[in-house]
Design a protein around this ligand. Structure first.
Ligand SMILES: Nc1nc2c(c(=O)[nH]1)N[C@H]1C(S)=C(S)[C@@H](COP(=O)(O)O)O[C@H]1N2
Ligand SMILES: [Mo]
Length: 443
């Protein structure tokens, strides 16, 4: 059974928690009549309440100011993010950070409603976004001339490409770090692989004209800093030119043949598969071509960096000894069965999952049911393209009644395998690619 205990409420609940007066001020403003305490909800407030309730409040104009919608009052009500599967796990609601339980990643390509959300700031509201007037500007020290494109320009000027690309948060697996690392306590589900459609970043950069001194690109998006300070960006990261110029590096407007979901960057985002997903800017408005390593928000140490040399758990590391994370390490996930599955003695247990390895290919996949004493080869499919995840499957026989764990281990094309236990502790809790384990019982 799913456990909703760790699911928190959306920001609207916190707003009501400030008391009816504050809620009144923020939601109803002057439009509320103090005599009758009736009034018109502000447009933004209506949307926020609709989002929190999972449906628009039809008779909103009759709803008394200051009253808490009954649909929000029950603290047991599962939190529902519009367009997202109800069983996703909310780790934080301001900013919104939501992970996918492993068994919900069983699809070959992760559907939009199951794709994790990692926000560093406050996304633009849907009613602030107009895909028809949206523009992307390419500028920076290393462009010959600044240039702006509408989404229509991108679609009509450049060849369209579709690639299956893995996005995994650099902090996926942080929960296992000991001593613990601050930040979202991701378990295993800050990862997904979708078919992204757009234009190649390199085609656009070539059209703009790039100077020979270009070393890095950086992005800016339309989201706002949580402080509300308009001069601060929540995040503005990037990648070296080599990664930017790869065939698979996309400026995308579509995910699995649909518009990109709001929380995943609608209407336009960068998709740089295989690297920390923090490089893949959402709500993309600007790309900077830099003559130096990009120095936007969350590029400086210690964000998205690990010690350049291994350190002991808990050790303090100086900023200058922290190096930027590039391609993500080899990893895999068992997506079927779900942990806790039971089967009858004599039944064979089918196992499925995915494996990925940054910009490399996964060359071997194995499973173990005896805590790693012996390993059995799994069937591993080829990737559709570079930086796509690869599906694996196996069938195991469990000898007698009792508790078992299924462990899965991937090895990349350079011979590096996933470790069984947490690899290289680091202060910020990045790059945990330890083997995934699930529990099963034979009864
Ligand atoms: N504009 C913008 N882009 C962003 C972020 C953000 O907060 N704002 N978060 C980054 C991080 S840290 C991750 S892990 C991925 C998450 O992508 P997703 O929310 O679509 O899963 O988006 C990246 N791009
Ligand atoms: Mo991330």
């Amino acid at each position: 059974m799913e456990n909703n205990d760790n699911k928190k409420k959306v920001g609207i609940h916190e707003l009501y928690a400030k008391g009816p007066e504050e809620a009144d001020r923020l939601l109803w403003g002057r439009e509320s009549d103090p005599e009758t305490r009736r009034g018109f909800l502000r447009k933004g407030a209506l949307l926020a309440i609709g989002a929190a309730l999972g449906a628009p409040m039809v008779h909103a104009r009759h709803f008394p100011a200051g009253m808490i919608p009954a649909g929000l009052a029950n603290s047991d009500q599962p939190f529902q993010i519009p367009g997202k599967h109800p069983d996703l796990i909310v780790l934080n609601d301001r900013p919104l950070n939501v992970e996918t339980p492993a068994h919900l990643l069983d699809d070959k390509l992760t559907p939009g409603d199951k794709f994790f959300i990692r926000n560093n700031g406050i996304p633009p509201e849907m009613d602030e976004i107009d895909a028809n007037t949206w523009t992307l500007t390419i500028e920076g020290e290393s462009v010959s001339q600044k240039k702006t494109y509408s989404i229509q320009d991108l679609k009509s000027k450049f060849k369209h490409h579709t690639y299956e690309l893995v996005l995994e948060c650099g902090g996926n697996g942080r929960k296992e770090f000991s001593p613990p690392a601050k930040g979202n306590q991701w378990e295993v589900g800050a990862v997904g692989c979708a078919a992204w459609t757009g234009v190649r970043l390199k085609d656009v950069l070539q059209d703009v004209g790039i100077k020979s001194n270009a070393v890095y690109i950086g992005y800016e998006g339309m989201d706002r800093h949580v402080s509300g300070n308009p001069d601060k960006k929540p995040i503005s990261r990037g990648v070296p030119m080599d990664k930017a110029m790869m065939d698979e590096s996309l400026i995308a407007w579509s995910m699995n043949g649909q518009p990109i979901p709001h929380q995943n960057g609608y209407p336009l985002r960068l998709v740089l598969g295989g690297w920390p997903a923090s490089c893949s800017g959402k709500w993309l408005t600007k790309i900077l071509v830099r003559d130096r390593v990009h120095d936007g928000a969350k590029m400086a140490a210690p964000a998205y960096r690990v010690p350049c040399k291994p350190v002991a758990p808990g050790e303090k590391v100086k900023d200058e000894d922290m190096c930027i994370i590039e391609a993500m390490p080899v990893k895999s996930l068992i997506t079927y069965p779900k942990t806790g599955a039971t089967l009858k003695k004599g039944q064979k247990l089918p196992i499925r999952g995915h494996a990925w390895a940054g910009d490399l290919e996964v060359s071997k996949m194995e499973v173990s049911t005896d805590f790693g004493a012996t390993w059995q080869a799994a069937t591993l499919e080829k990737p559709s393209n570079r930086s796509a995840w690869q599906h694996f499957s196996a069938s195991v026989q469990l000898p007698e009644q009792g508790y078992y764990e299924v462990w899965a281990r991937a090895t990349d094309s350079e011979g590096r395998a996933q470790p069984m236990i947490l690899p290289g502790w680091n202060p910020k809790g990045y790059l945990n690619n330890a083997c995934h384990r699930i529990a099963v019982k034979v009864v």
